[in-house]
Design a protein around this ligand. Structure first.
Ligand SMILES: Nc1ncnc2c1ncn2[C@@H]1O[C@H](COP(=O)(O)OP(=O)(O)OP(=O)(O)O)[C@@H](O)[C@H]1O
Ligand SMILES: [Mg+2]
Length: 501
């Protein structure tokens, strides 16, 4: 169904999240929506899904026009929203999640009629999700969870599907699966709004693209008439020259892993990372990259092998011990793992650094000074140390966590997907800050699915697959052609056979 908005406005106090936004979505077309962190994209998505009420403006969906939606009305009008973090019931099975909200759901999928079940199966086929119907949603990979969310939308015959950064947490292979489903929905006549920070992906996948900046639409084009640099310029006012890794001498070995092995998980992990080095780690979701980070940070244990930190035995039993040894981790799931949503951004940034024993006002002063420096350096918005993360856009929350750990002065800093969900400008600023930390002697382990990110700042890349290191790639050789085949390995041949459980 076609959807359009007229002059939508929404303010949070003095901050104008939407400042007169008019956009539209048309059946059979994919409309890309891009913009810097805090530009207002998610706010717009929430207005369209009925989660928040705009201050003024109007919406038209099919032949309905009004000033605001409720979630129920949005659903009734055929709008389905897929958020970056899927809102699935983790303990319920695939079929039950799809049926949830429909009449029979409360009795469980067992009572669903035969025709409903065959409908559910058709939807799963449509999105290419081939897992037994009873598999709990929480046990699915991030990509399969996204596909399940899409299957829910298909089951409800949604005429308009809105996707807010659906591929942010996914690697290349999994992204491809989402693209295929989006294309299939487009052919079926669904109107799609697609929010993403992957600008090339938007140009490849979408028919139209809108750029938002500061709550306003600043560019609307056919994607065939647009290149990435046009989008970047509209988003942040300038383009970004690619970074180059400068040649330099590295220091002593910081962390050394020898044969680190878990019962089920990491297998025989052996590598060194030196002071001043940025060691990239690539691999698909589930290849063991984040596990390795958790082991080094004392969240997970290991059964065999040894680690040393600056020549001394190192085996942290908790993150607290790791932090004491001046090891830092920017985790993959920042919202859950890392942010104190109701403390100010300033406190979140300075937490591990400013000693608590300082008198309140001294603490506050140095806190503000440090926080302001990082707000500046990473372009954190709103630029006020007192803002709470809960009132920030997703990408800006992320910058706060990254600022905290870089400024904490770790000797070894592990970053798990630091570029996830941040805009191109912010990503460049984050990479510069990581590089600067390395220049100052920090040993950095950078886990990233973005080959481009690794190309720009890693001194070399280890590729992981199924808990093992399967290859090492030197700085000059880092490219999609070298990294992706190693990361994929034999994975494709062993993907499960379709099951209709
Ligand atoms: N609950 C809230 N309270 C106060 N301000 C808010 C709230 N939610 C969002 N904002 C503000 O509204 C503006 C737009 O935020 P929004 O989440 O829409 O950005 P976005 O374009 O989705 O960014 P990102 O790419 O980082 O996800 C930001 O300045 C943000 O700080
Ligand atoms: Mg957002």
């Amino acid at each position: 169904m076609s959807l359009s908005t007229r002059s939508l406005r929404k303010s949070y106090g003095a901050s104008r999240a939407l400042n007169g936004v008019s956009i539209s979505a048309v059946p059979g077309r994919v409309h890309g929506l891009v913009g810097a962190n805090g530009a207002g994209k998610s706010t717009l998505v929430k207005v369209l899904s009925g989660a928040i009420r705009p201050d003024s403006g109007s919406l038209t969906i099919g032949d309905w026009t009004g000033s605001a939606l409720t979630p129920r009305m949005a659903q009734h009008l055929g709008i389905a929203t897929i958020y970056q973090d899927p809102g699935l019931a983790p303990t319920l099975g695939i079929a039950e999640n799809i049926l949830l909200g429909r009449e029979h759901a409360r009795f469980g999928a067992l009572l669903a009629t035969g025709s409903q079940m065959s409908d559910v199966k058709d939807c799963l086929d449509h999105v290419g999700l081939k897992k037994p119907l009873k598999t709990p949603a929480g046990a699915l990979s991030p990509a399969d969870q996204q596909l399940l969310e899409i299957a829910k939308a298909v089951y409800r015959r949604a005429g308009t599907v809105i996707m807010d950064e659906p591929t942010a947490a996914l690697g290349d292979a999994d992204r491809q699966r989402i693209f295929e489903v989006v294309q299939r929905m487009r052919s079926a006549g669904v109107a799609i709004i697609y929010v993403s920070h992957h600008l090339q992906e938007v140009l490849d996948l979408c028919d139209d693209v809108t750029v938002m900046r500061g709550g306003e639409v600043v560019l609307h084009e056919l994607t065939t008439d647009t290149v990435v640099d046009d989008l970047v310029t509209a988003m942040i006012g300038h383009t970004i020259p690619p970074r180059k890794v400068e040649a330099r001498a590295l220091g002593d070995v910081a962390l050394s892993c020898r044969g680190v092995t878990q019962a089920a998980g990491l297998q025989d992990i052996t590598f060194d990372v030196r002071e001043g080095e940025v060691l990239g780690i690539s691999g698909l979701v589930g290849s063991g990259r984040s596990r390795l980070a958790r082991v080094i940070f004392g969240i997970e244990s290991f059964e065999a092998g040894t680690m040393t930190l600056y020549g001394r035995p190192y085996r942290p039993r908790s993150p607290r011990q790791a932090v004491k040894s001046r090891v830092g981790l920017v985790p993959e799931d920042r919202k859950r793992d890392a942010l104190l949503m109701f403390l100010s951004a300033g406190k979140n940034i300075t937490l591990p650094k400013v000693p608590v024993r300082h008198l309140g006002w001294i603490r506050l002063r140095s806190e503000t000074r440090i926080a302001k420096k990082w707000i500046n350096q990473l372009g954190i918005h709103p630029p006020n140390p007192r803002t709470r993360p809960i009132a920030m856009s997703g990408g800006n929350q992320q910058k706060v966590v990254i600022a905290r750990w870089i400024q904490a002065g770790s000797r070894l800093l592990i970053l798990d997907e630091p570029g996830q969900g941040v805009d191109v400008g912010a990503r460049d600023q984050i990479l510069a800050a990581i590089r600067a930390a390395a220049r100052a002697g920090t040993a950095v382990i950078l886990i990233s699915q973005e080959v481009e990110e690794l190309q720009q700042i890693a001194d070399r890349v280890l590729v992981m697959r199924r808990g093992r290191i399967v290859g090492e790639i030197g700085q000059d050789e880092i490219s999609e052609e070298t990294v992706i085949p190693l990361a994929m390995g034999s994975m494709q041949q062993t993907s499960e056979k379709g099951s209709r459980g």
